[in-house]
Design a protein around this ligand. Structure first.
Ligand code: CDP
Ligand code: MG
Length: 136
């Protein structure tokens, strides 16, 4: 049975700053993801805080939110069979040093905080995150 899902992907400031957005979009497309929606924006700090509210109690929360708001990002809705897990696999581990060969974070990530991409971690969060950026 087919299980087409949508997930939210963000190309983070470190990657956009290095002009890697088209290259990263090509990787998604070559792996069979359709980019249904996309926009390049810069968040205000309070918007980044809202987006990452799930991490509010973590020690890295404030730096994480400052970083996400530090420059332009590319936000995309990706669609594919089992897109949520497929995107997480293609992204690789949170820490680029631990990410497997062939993953986006292995290829482009600089450090655990500047790890080039965000991807929803569950179907439920994917819906919430897609609404956060693309609610009409
Ligand atoms: O992005 P991912 O879902 O893989 O990781 P997360 O645990 O949900 O953390 C969100 C983001 O916080 C990560 O992508 C990192 O950029 C950042 N982070 C950090 O700066 N330091 C950590 N020790 C853990 C995460
Ligand atoms: Mg996460």
């Amino acid at each position: 049975m087919s299980n087409i899902e949508r997930t939210l992907s963000i190309i983070k400031p470190d990657a956009v700053e290095r002009n890697l957005d088209n290259e990263i979009k090509d990787i998604f497309k070559s792996q069979g993801f359709s980019i249904l929606k996309e926009k390049k924006i810069q968040l205000e700090k309070f918007e980044a805080e809202k987006f990452y509210k799930i991490h509010e109690t973590k020690p890295f929360y404030d730096d994480l939110c400052s970083y996400l708001a530090s420059g332009p990002i590319v936000v995309m809705v990706l669609e594919k069979e089992d897109a949520v897990l497929g995107n997480r696999e293609l992204m690789g581990a949170t820490n680029p040093k631990e990410a497997k060969e062939g993953t986006i974070r292995k290829k482009y990530g600089i450090s655990i905080d500047k790890n080039s991409v965000h991807g929803s971690d569950s179907l439920e969060n994917a819906k919430i995150e897609i609404d956060f950026f693309f609610k009409d």
